[in-house]
Design a protein around this ligand. Sequence first.
Ligand code: AMP
Length: 227
Amino acid sequence: MNIILIGPNGSGKGTQGSIIIKKLKLNHIETGAILRKQITDSTVLGMKASQYINKGELVPDEIIIPMVLEALKESKKQGWLLDGFPRSLLQAKKLEIALYNSGMKIDYVIEIQLDRYIAKLRIQGRRICAVNNHHPNHLAYDAIKPIKKENQLYCRVCEGSLIIRADDYNEAGIDKRLDIYYEKEKGTMAAVKYYKDKNNIKLISIDGSLSIREVSKKILNQLQYNT
Ligand code: AMP
């Protein structure tokens, strides 16, 4: 099974993605995480990408598309959950052609809907586990609150140290990312509309303001997976 997971920054895509891949045994492809790894490893690609990421802008298609396609091909056998791509109508169209040429198809698109104001608050409270980015932590949500020891916060899962994503420090960058998401003509919302209009892809739209458990339950039910 191949799934695209779409939602604004802060909608809980990372958290839900981790739950879904475990249940359905899919490969998790997160474009943002792949790019951040390239930056940590100081690769040429990472250096180029960081200029855009830090400003909240999209990394150019010439960089991101080959990177995504390679990851998808590697996951072809197992099936994949793609998070962070497409982010524009053009990327959705290019992905469609590339998948067709590689003998793959999208089975489901999951859209996590969230009000822009709540999305921004959530971005500002999230903390990333330095050991494993599949360990979500958030200052405002009891279910995933970090643990506190001697006035320091640590990952609630593994007690590893917590970091704030470099691009989450920059408020103008956060606003820019959200502008791109909610843009209806060419942005990510235009890509969602594109999938809505296709009758060979099932679009699952879920209210992302619900609890983590409620959201995952609804998603898994719609994927016909018994929780
Ligand atoms: P994310 O972790 O999904 O919020 O992605 C972090 C940053 O990586 C984004 O703000 C973009 O700069 C870049 N990025 C991730 N996915 C894409 C994409 N599909 N197209 C262009 N840039 C992307």
